[in-house]
Write a protein that binds this ligand. Sequence first.
Ligand code: ADP
Length: 326
Amino acid sequence: MGKIKKIGVLTSGGDAPGMNAAIRAVVRTAVYNGIEVVGIVQGYKGLINAEFRPFSSSSVSDIIQKGGTILKTARCEEFKSPEGRKKAYDNLKEAQIDGVVVIGGDGSFTGARIFNEEYDIPFVGIPGTIDNDIYGTDYTIGYDTALNTVVEAVDKIRDTASAHNRMFFVEVMGAEAGFIALYSGIATGAEAIFIPETKGEARDLKKMIETGNRRKKSSNIIIVAEGDEEGGAFAIAEKMKDDFKDFDVRVSVLGHLQRGGSPSAIDRVNASRLGHAAVEALLDDQKSVMVGMLNGEITLVPFRKAVKLHKDVNRSLVELAEILSA
Ligand code: ADP
């Protein structure tokens, strides 16, 4: 038997639908390989407070279809300090945990990378964020579900917008990344899409809308990523009101409903693959790496790269959105 006999799994940072499917895959893969597994409650906080729960295969029964995370997640300032990480290390040693799977985003991977520079207990990451903004992977857990939630909501808004000649500014999540906005905008035929990635590039919303209006469109949907430089959907709507007097201008902020819900089939399958791959990576003596997916295949990406490099949206999709919305 190899040197890994017991592993821990935690979810950290923002929650995302599909995290439970990943936890389940980690636990079942560990059990399959004869490794003990413990659930660490509330992310890095649980490491520092030694909130460890022994898990068996049945601990993760009936969770693959559930949103949120059974392990709960948290932000933890203490883990940012050397003292906090020392406590985490001591607790892991005491519990004889030989490796940790961290399901989270950029921040969580930064913490894991620093910990692995200081201590010899390997951490392997699984990208879990609805924003899809992690370098080195096409896919992050929760993005597909969030996208589908947004599309369903915008379709409903479109129905009422058409009935009343309304112009809707719909704000979606993505403080620093426009993946949800861009993809949902294309999927719902939005008249315009505002994303942080096109920051500073000239955007004449008036012109965009007027192009559409030449065909006497009865509704206009403008998707705005919450991080947009113009200041979010309310600010943009306020600026536009006077330019579009024929329209009844409304704003809808979708908010946290985008984080919830039962994970899509894609999220369940990919989270299962990544959970399995993370345990395999630990067994292969990997540390300080994220398991990701590129072109449908599992890849290993050093935390250093995953957190440092920026993943851009596909610019050809920005152009596509403009062509198709005219
Ligand atoms: P996400 O993982 O979704 O990006 P956060 O940015 O909130 O979420 O990070 C989650 C947690 O990761 C933080 O609460 C903290 O415990 C840890 N973390 C983030 N940045 C650092 C850092 N520079 N050093 C150590 N730990 C960090």
